[in-house]
Design a protein around this ligand. Structure first.
Ligand SMILES: Nc1ncnc2c1ncn2[C@@H]1O[C@H](COP(=O)(O)OP(=O)(O)O)[C@@H](O)[C@H]1O
Ligand SMILES: [Mg+2]
Length: 282
């Protein structure tokens, strides 16, 4: 893998992402606004998997989309690799954009239904020829543990787990420093879920990619996240190492979230970490 020809370099110490006092308000009527994210600060270091948890409507997706530069920002600062997104010129923003890739809950919804896996990859390569030349389609498929013959398939010919791996492969092709994964396993069967989580853990080891992992599922977060932020009504109410926050929560809201998860599921998630289960090929 070539590592020296990237247009974006960053000071060794700059976190991959730093969010400072981010506020996002949506217009809900002629005079009304809804504050979906309210003064949130967070940080993701290189190689970290950081969870954002909270019930539906707490602002997780809004936060993730803002970090990816794909959603609105009303106030506050978002720095990616030390660069303030709002202060970048369009050409600089274009160069920075591939550094952050997004993986969504519904993999089939993210893929063009008329395009085979291979032609979808070809299209991405056409948009970013230098950045994507480091790997062949076949090697890329191997990185996400998919058989090369799936390259010829259309999305509807892929299972949910296979389609999510294809989405991860497409993101990886651009060699991002951060994946924003928004409920990436919530639509998958439990066994497939475990495989995709194992894949993300392995990719972190092999590529050093960081992950901002948005999820309402605490056992999934316990399984793969190093640190976690807990959101309630757009605010972060608790943050810390995943083990501490999920085993010994301080805030009432976190306690209630944890209490709602069957105890054996969190214990199983804990057990799955030690030794780190990296999943098996399919
Ligand atoms: N485009 C939008 N316009 C107005 N309100 C929105 C929009 N998107 C999300 N919201 C509202 O913002 C809040 C946070 O939503 P969201 O970020 O999707 O939360 P989560 O991902 O935690 O479920 C919710 O109350 C939601 O209804
Ligand atoms: Mg959401």
């Amino acid at each position: 893998m070539k590592g020296d020809d990237f247009p974006i370099t960053t000071a060794e110490e700059a976190p991959v992402v730093e969010v400072d006092g981010l506020t996002v308000r949506y217009r809900t009527g002629a005079r009304t606004r809804h504050t979906a994210v309210d003064g949130v600060s967070l940080r993701v270091e290189g190689g970290e998997i950081v969870g954002v948890v909270g019930e539906s409507g707490s602002g997780k997706t809004t936060l993730g989309m803002a970090v990816a530069g794909l959603g609105p920002r009303t106030a506050g600062e978002i720095r990616v690799l030390g660069r303030d997104l709002a202060a970048l010129r369009p050409a600089e923003l274009r160069r920075l954009r591939p550094e952050v890739q997004v993986i969504f809950q519904d993999p089939h919804g993210s893929l063009d239904p008329r395009q085979s896996v291979r032609s979808g990859l070809r299209e991405l390569r056409g948009l970013q020829p230098e950045r994507t030349s480091w790997v062949s389609d076949e090697e890329l498929m191997a990185q996400v543990r998919l058989a090369p013959d799936l390259l010829g398939r259309l999305p509807h010919q892929l299972s949910g787990g296979q389609a999510q791996r294809v989405c991860i492969a497409r993101a990886l092709l651009l060699r991002p420093r951060l994946l924003v994964a928004d409920e990436p396993t919530s639509g998958l069967d439990v066994s497939v879920q475990a495989e995709v989580l194992g894949l993300l853990l392995r990719l972190r080891e092999t590529t050093g990619v960081s992950v901002l992992f948005v999820s309402h599922d605490l056992s999934v977060v316990r399984r793969i996240c190093d640190r976690v932020y807990v959101m309630l009504h757009g605010r972060v109410v608790e943050e810390g190492p995943a083990a501490r926050v999920l085993e010994d929560p301080v805030h009432d809201y976190t306690r209630r979230l944890v209490a709602a998860v069957p105890g054996r599921r969190l214990r199983a998630a804990h057990a799955a970490r030690e030794p780190q289960n990296t999943g098996s090929p399919t």
